[in-house]
Design a protein. Structure first.
Length: 415
């Protein structure tokens, strides 16, 4: 269980802390399971604190960016352009110009509209941009709002051939491969294994049409130990007034998951001489982060904290995490509590039916797996942004981001 470093026990709450050693440990698991030729491009949107980016750039992996802002951050952190992938459904012209001028590794195309825009920019700059076409992963359930939203990205596999003629006429583009994304924090490798079959088949069809593709980007979705997407049964339990099923200890296992996927790649893709890449985000940084909050009020089975969805914006209906009281991490749980932030927002809830010892006002409550999509999506609803600390692999603590002040806001508002 992750514990708060002694130096931060009395620090002003709420705050986040990121552990460099855990990030590098997760990266080593990926590298040990996949072949040395496998490309890893960290998803910058997951957590773009500069020490995090510098740690991963120094470790030698690449970056996946989705905006000009992230491209600039990646360059600042030391990611070389030749190890940078540009991803996303919609880019501004100035963002494309910056990426083309930098001669980045690859663009993941989401539509013909973006292909035409990139072709125009590349041609004007006398450049040829390598691209993949994002293929929709047909691994989502057919019901629910989230799968419906996810299908806005990419093109269905059956529609790929309709894009080939228009792409052939775009002289500023070079179709180098295919890409996809199978979901977030997968708990079992089935969706990724199915995606490998789909992309391998499509790559074969492209090669038969004289498109010499050799690059398959399998995107993200690798599991983050200690966090799991809610199942349909969990959602049904919540709707009936029950708590989601508890997260089994030690699951999902990143190493075992990667072993299964690596074996599939070795059997299906390596003989075809297809280079494989991943865009890990949550699997690298999620369990490297802790959110530390303080109990400020208790009402029946509701615990009100000094930090909520302003710092942990992902819905409790999407993911389940573990929580513990810092002073009593191993104490027997008395009942289940709902965890709320301090704002006048009905949806300011970060945990439902969480088993905990009976808390007291002032107790520190820790949220595990707070390293992904927290800081990068934090907002200022009724609160200023909180500080972030970085625990280096030598154990020393440094301030990664200081607490925001009213003066910071006043400086950006016109007088």
């Amino acid at each position: 269980m992750n514990l708060i470093p002694d130096e931060l026990i009395k620090a002003e709450t709420p705050f986040l802390i990121i552990n460099e050693g855990k990030i590098l440990e997760n990266l080593e698991i990926l590298r040990s399971r996949f072949s040395p030729e496998t490309g890893f491009y960290y998803s910058v949107k997951t957590n773009y604190e500069l020490p995090v980016l510098k740690t991963l750039a120094t470790a030698g992996i690449g970056a996946e960016v989705s905006s000009g802002f992230e491209l600039s951050l990646a360059r600042e952190a030391g990611f070389p352009p030749e190890k940078t992938i540009f991803d996303g459904p919609a880019w501004k012209e100035e963002e494309l110009e910056a990426a083309v001028r930098a001669k980045i590794r690859m663009f993941n195309l989401d539509s013909l509209t973006m292909a035409a825009k990139l072709d125009e920019v590349s041609t004007r700059l006398n450049s040829i941009s390598p691209v993949t076409i994002r293929i929709q992963a047909e691994t989502y359930p057919r019901v629910g709002f989230l799968p419906r939203f996810a299908r806005k990205f990419g093109v269905p596999p059956r529609a790929l051939r309709d894009l080939l003629a228009p792409l052939t006429r775009m002289k500023g583009l070079n179709l180098a491969g295919l890409s996809t994304h199978t979901g977030t924090a997968l708990s079992y490798p089935g969706p990724l294994l199915k995606a490998i079959d789909t992309l391998a088949k499509l790559a074969g069809e492209l090669r038969s049409r004289d498109f010499p593709v050799n690059f398959l980007n399998l995107g993200g979705g690798l599991p983050a130990p200690g966090v799991r997407a809610l199942s349909s049964m969990d959602l049904l339990r919540i709707q009936l007034g029950f708590s989601p099923a508890p997260l089994p200890p030690g699951e999902p296992d990143l190493s075992d998951f990667c072993r299964v996927v690596a074996e599939k790649i070795s059997r299906e893709l390596n003989p075809r001489k297809l280079q494989v890449a991943f865009e890990p985000g949550r699997s690298l940084v999620s369990n490297a982060g802790l959110l530390v909050t303080r109990v400020i009020s208790i009402k029946n089975n509701w615990i009100f904290l000094d930090g909520g969805v302003n710092l942990l914006p992902e819905s409790p209906f999407f993911l389940k995490r573990r929580f513990f009281l810092a002073a009593r991490p191993g104490e027997k749980t008395e009942k289940r509590f709902n965890l709320s932030g301090p704002s006048l927002n009905t949806a300011d809830v970060i945990g439902l039916g969480i088993p905990l010892p009976r808390p007291e006002i002032g107790d520190l409550l820790v949220t595990e797996n707070a390293g992904a999509y927290t800081i990068s999506r934090a907002n200022q609803f009724t609160r200023l942004r909180s500080p972030v600390y970085f625990q280096m692999k030598n154990g020393k603590i440094k301030t990664c981001r200081r607490a925001e002040t009213l003066e910071d806001l006043l400086r950006i508002w016109p007088s």
